[in-house]
Ligand binder design. Sequence first.
Ligand SMILES: [Zn+2]
Ligand SMILES: [Zn+2]
Length: 574
Amino acid sequence: MGKWVVASAWPYINSVPHLGTIIHLLSADVYHRFLSLMGEDVISVSGSDEHGTPIEVEARKRNIDPKILTDEAHKYIVELLRRLDINLSNYSRTESKYHKEFVRSFMLKLEENGYIYTKEQVLPYCTKDGIFLPDRFVEGTCPRCGFPRARGDQCDNCGTLLDPIDLINPRCVFCGTKPVYKETMHWFFDLRKTQDKLEKWLKSNPNLDDRVRKYSLSWIREGLKPRSITRDVKWGIKAPFKNAGDKTIYVWIEALLGYLSASKEVLEKKGRKFEEFWHDPETKTVYFIGKDNIPFHAVILPAMLIASGEPYPLPYSIPSTEYILYEGEKFSKSRRVGLWIDEALELIDNPDYWRYTLIRMRPEERDSNFSWSEFARIINSELNDHIGNLVHRVLSFIKRFFKSRVPEPGKLDSIDEDYWKGINDNYIKYIDKMYSQKLKQASEHILSIARASNAYINRKEPWKQIKENPEDASTTIYLTSNTVALISLMLYPITPRSSKKIWKMLNLDKHYGEIENMRLSKHEAKHLVKPGIEVGEIEVLYRKIPEEFIDNIDRRIKSVREKINSRRPEVLRF
Ligand SMILES: [Zn+2]
Ligand SMILES: [Zn+2]
């Protein structure tokens, strides 16, 4: 048994997660559930990233305290995660007391270790608005790729991290005025000193995706630059440095430390120690992020961990995903392209449908596309026809022909042996893919098992066997009821609700306790359903999505969208 910290990027609190951004939180939840089934000691953390300029600007417009805005928004998002059965150990927020204290003492440690220095900086200042412009509020042309609307912190087109001064033709995003440059003192984190250790880690960690490794190494080769870590923004964590006045810590930098502060918060609440996980070099930390977040997680975070001088484990794995498109287009809040989670749950309130579909569409190797026709195909064919149908035909056969009790198997013939060997092979591959965070690829093996099982039943024809040689029918049904139990366990991380239903239908909760407390073997698909177990009430697991629903989906979304938008806290509205 090992210790694991499963993390998902912290969503910024000015919008509701959509189908594309929820994937990281969902993946972390699925992975946490899986690791628990494997008997691992795991905590999972994420939270609301709430500081920084966008919220401050909103609050200034309304003349209220920014925290009033983020309190409401955080509460709303927490409720959405609950409805999606995303149940991380701690979904915290950057306004938490733990986080603020942690960040301030962490920064002082970096300073103590000689990684922080100050520099007079010449920064963009908008004379019209009378404020220093934070990086992302200066727009201009990217010096690397020529993209005309690059932000001062990052180019969305090529992913390069930028400083506003790098931009060609810079302008204030509020008023379009060309900023002037004024002197102000800022504090810098000197990443360069961590370069050797970073490079060694990037080259030697076998669990990093090649894409992550290559990107980060190329960045190091271009030369790491010190990064300024303070801002002239009010809404944030006060910089703890001497003479820092009202300056705050750059929101991107402090949010990264949320993985540690949220761990500390939840571990202490559980009566355990932060050091138990974060001072143990064997602890595996896994970060589910989008590909646009690679630089922060594969360079800046590990650099800070190194610079702290504490024995923090560097990332074990950084599973980054490509983008999900919506009907072939990029998600866009301003153009209303996409589907947001509150709308999704209003259209279809069974979270398993969304969880399963999103894992099946998880963009692990390349961009994927959410389309309503594909959504309907996945629910109707995969969940309903393959999995739901298998569960129903096996259990109803037991009810009808075996007085509701799982029969004693006869002697296995070569077809039976091959069948279970195939199930076992898929099971082992599933475990392997899940451990390596290839959640979509792992789910293929659940589907392969369901398909193989339906084909096996069709071949064995237990409805004939029961008349001709009842012992053979018993074998068929014994093996397939074990397959059903296995499927419920393998599906549990992805679709916890339907898995619990299957578990209960087989009355396995009476024999083994709740499904979430089961422990899976790494090496073998075991027969969990013993002869004599009584099958309970058979419930309908899934319902097909009717054609009519999909045909009228645009009209449905329109009416749901208006209703939902008016219910959202103001800061989350379109
Ligand atoms: Zn660019
Ligand atoms: Zn301006």
